[in-house]
Design a protein around this ligand. Sequence first.
Ligand SMILES: [Zn+2]
Ligand SMILES: [Zn+2]
Length: 145
Amino acid sequence: MRVVHPTPDYPQLLRGADLRVTRPRVAVLGAVHAHPHADTESIIGAVRADLPEVSHQAVYDSLRTLAAAGLVRRIQPAGSVARYEARIGDNHHHLVCRSCGTVVDVDCAVGEAPCLTASDDHGFTIDEAEVVFWGLCPACSPTRS
Ligand SMILES: [Zn+2]
Ligand SMILES: [Zn+2]
């Protein structure tokens, strides 16, 4: 049986975050949902498939607004350009290939977001932990058989 993921209602998501519904924002949100971990250039390309006339600046502005509102998450592994994803709120982590830059999601190591519990919080109120696992993906690994 094929699992059908219902398309999120992007205008509704925007309204739920108290954001004005604009065509660039809807298109950018859709592009980030369709292309997890895409960089800005890829998102511009995907958005232009729907809205050929959209400007780079409109896409940059939409990404910044959506990230600030928590509708998309911005990640930027060291040495990489910023990437965006729509999987938010679960504090998942990322595996990054040192060779080709592939980014893969990985859940928190054990249980439910344990990485938000620091061994010593020094009095901080912690709301996010960023863990990046670095290595080589299977395609780039020299030991693959
Ligand atoms: Zn690789
Ligand atoms: Zn991710």
